[in-house]
Design a protein around this ligand. Structure first.
Ligand code: GDP
Length: 201
């Protein structure tokens, strides 16, 4: 899919105020600092559509971007940042739960995980929660440039082993690097195929 246009639409903390139009939407979420802003910029070929920040935990809003006038890319807040207060964590949980529970336009979520780390409970718990609530998701492994191919394979194997303890199949996944422009076409093609499927049905 060629990205012809990518526009910021709105930011808010209330799912009821998100755009009302019924166009397909894809949500990107992961731990703070996982590389979500960089990934969004890579996918949209824009240098600073999503702001990359050295201040994790500061972007606590639901951000809608309209892509090619036909689908929304949604940048959700990063989770699991230790320095955020307990009450901020609760507020976060509430509106993320509401977003996923009420957003009918959502076609799929993308859960970002840093390929360098072993499977982390916070990410696994979040995937479990999505599964239990019937929300389709794919995993996007980020920062693949930081590991050699063999290590990437091993880390994905670790994920498979853990996820297959509770899931029948390994969720769909993508290996990406925003620094090296890896994985972009695969993610965009996946979204394009889902969008086209919806037009047919
Ligand atoms: P966010 O907090 O999840 O939005 O993460 P950012 O996109 O702001 O990235 C967090 C840090 O990881 C920044 O220092 C980025 O330069 C770095 N980073 C992001 N993506 C990559 C990548 O693909 N490879 C490498 N090596 N570093 C990355």
């Amino acid at each position: 899919m060629e990205i012809k246009s990518a526009e910021f639409v709105m930011s808010n903390s209330d799912v009821a105020k998100c755009p009302k139009n019924l166009i397909p939407e894809y949500a990107f979420i992961g731990r703070s600092n996982v590389g979500k802003s960089s990934l969004i910029n890579m996918l949209t070929s824009r240098k600073s559509l999503a702001k990359t920040s050295g201040r994790p935990g500061k972007t606590q809003l639901i951000n809608h971007f309209l892509i090619n006038n036909s689908w929304y890319l949604v940048d959700l807040p990063g989770y699991g940042y230790a320095k955020v207060s307990k009450s901020a964590k609760k507020t976060f949980q509430k509106f993320i739960t509401q977003y996923f529970s009420f957003r009918e336009q959502l076609v799929s979520a993308f859960v970002l995980v840093d390929i360098r780390h072993k499977p982390q409970p916070i990410d696994l718990e979040f995937m479990q929660w999505l599964g239990e609530n019937g929300i389709p998701f794919s995993i996007i492994f980020t920062k693949a440039d930081k590991l050699r191919p063999k290590a990437i394979e091993n880390h994905i194997e670790d994920y498979k082993n853990i996820l297959l303890e509770t899931w029948e199949e390994m969720p769909n996944y993508f290996i990406t690097s925003s620094s090296k422009d890896i994985g972009k076409e695969n993610v965009l093609k996946y979204i394009d195929d889902l969008n086209n499927n919806m037009k047919i049905n």
